[in-house]
Write a protein that binds this ligand. Structure first.
Ligand code: EPU
Length: 434
């Protein structure tokens, strides 16, 4: 019999206290790929200690780099040192790519450095189909030849050249891949309708320190004037606004008082404004913000959109908040077609939710009702744990490995804020054979 990890959540906690958020997963992964652009030793600090970073470290190792991860003072964060050879290998295999879709972000930098690259096609995942068409179209405009063969995306380009690229949608991944290709291309590349997330600004800051010429980071038009070579640097990862937002919503849902450190309120403007509309008081502080509420939240309507809109990664928290608010909320998801998969699990906690396409109508209840549930992805997992805090009785959240991919020591942070959450081992589901 095999044992699997569960988070056992006792309902009824009111979260209160201070919590420190470390660097953003979705930045650190791309910064590790950006290191490939320069031979020598890159040092990344404030990197979260999560499974996805360990997988990315292995991706980069298999490309010929030496990678070391050292714990920092806060046990949730590490310093990652990547020593990149003069000529990296240029193939990323399916066994790693299928575990970490973000490994597709090595496509741009390896193509720019090596002139050819083979990356396993990542396929779909639990939150939606997640295409690569914009990555491919943009790199083709820069002179790459790209084919898809035997499960690999294969790209070649003797020398990439500058181009004007209009993205159909401000895709985070496509913007990053194109940026990392453009910094070493011949001439000027303009990316229009570019993504504007703080993680994009973070990678642009690092690339600029490496010697790249980038203008317009954080706006919809990024212009890159290519250079011949880049040098390795030391860089501190920007704080994780999604983890910070998770704590903000958890404070509001549990009628708590939480001071979040490590992420500026400005990176979560619309999300925090929604909490204010629901009745919370939100105050910016020197290194973060504080969220307080001493009554049941009121229903608010929420629509996810690319940054600076409400983040899709906080959709499970938005639905969770609506499930315990007073009144009816309309929650709309515009980024990923599979984001609502976790709603089936939330209804096991007696949440009253009806979905129609990408809309969810949520009728708030005073309390949810604890039950065993299963995490379907990183954010859904965190959302279910926090919903469990608002439920009568015990909620066991299974498939905890999803949460481990994005939240360093989630249970310990919850305990430090006053929750009763324990990681336990339970027998895996039995397998029946004929
Ligand atoms: N899309 C295409 N074609 C493309 C690229 C994207 O159709 O060529 C579509 C996707 O299918 C999706 C939408 O565009 O429907 C948005 O995709 P985007 O490229 O912006 O997202 P991503 O780069 O795949 C990153 C984060 C996600 C986060 C989104 C949106 C990483 C590793 N992942 O994904 O984070 O939800 O941006 O902000 O950076 C998570 O951390 O749990 C997570 C899923």
């Amino acid at each position: 019999m095999t044992l699997v990890d569960l988070l056992r959540v006792a309902g009824g906690a009111r979260l209160s206290g201070d919590v420190t958020v470390v660097g953003a997963k979705n930045s650190a992964l791309k910064l590790m790929a950006a290191a490939l652009l320069a031979p020598g030793r890159t040092v990344l600090t404030n990197v979260p200690k999560i499974t996805d970073i360990a997988i990315m470290a292995e991706v980069v190792r298999r490309l010929g780099c030496e990678v070391t991860l050292t714990s920092e003072d806060d046990i949730s964060r590490a310093t990652v040192e990547i020593d990149v050879p003069e000529v990296p290998r240029h193939e990323a295999d399916y066994d790693l790519v299928r575990q970490l879709r973000a490994s597709i972000c090595v496509l741009g930098p390896l193509l720019a450095r090596c002139g050819s690259v083979r990356v396993a096609h990542p396929g779909g995942d639990a939150i939606g189909s997640r295409g690569l068409d914009m990555h491919v179209a943009g790199l083709r405009r820069m002179g790459a030849e790209i084919t898809s063969e035997h499960g690999f995306v294969i790209a070649t380009a003797e020398k990439l050249h500058g181009a004007t690229i209009w993205l159909d949608f401000p895709s985070v991944g496509a913007t990053e891949n194109l940026l990392m290709a453009a910094v070493l291309a011949d001439g000027v590349t303009e990316i229009d309708n570019a993504a504007r997330e703080p993680e994009i600004v973070d990678i642009c800051d690092m690339l600029t320190a490496m010697g790249a010429n980038i203008f317009g980071a954080g706006t919809s038009q990024i212009v890159v004037d290519g250079v011949d070579a880049l040098r390795p640097v030391a860089h501190r990862t920007v704080g994780d606004r999604i983890v910070a937002g998770t704590w903000a919503f958890a404070a509001a849902m549990t009628r708590g008082d939480v001071h979040v450190h490590g992420v500026p309120a400005a990176h979560l403007e619309i999300a925090l404004d929604k909490l204010v509309t629901s009745g919370a008081s939100v105050a910016a502080s020197e290194d973060g913000f504080r969220v307080r509420i001493d009554r049941r939240p009121s229903a608010v309507d929420i629509v996810t959109l690319p940054y600076p809109g409400f983040p899709t990664d906080l959709l499970p928290m938005a639905v969770g908040l609506a499930a315990v608010s007073e009144g009816n909320s309309l929650i709309t998801e515009n980024i990923f077609d599979g984001r609502f998969m976790f709603i089936q699990e939330l209804t096991r906690l007696a949440a009253e939710i009806r979905t129609d396409g990408h809309h969810a109508v949520v009728r708030g209840r005073e309390r949810l009702s604890g039950a065993p549930v299963t995490a379907t992805d990183i954010r859904a997992g965190a959302g279910l744990v926090v919903a469990g805090l608002c439920a009568d009785g015990t909620t066991d959240v299974g498939h905890v490995h999803h949460i481990d991919r994005g939240y360093p020591d989630f249970a310990a942070d919850l305990v430090s804020l006053g929750a009763d959450v324990r990681r336990i081992q339970a027998p895996d589901e039995p397998v029946f054979t004929m």
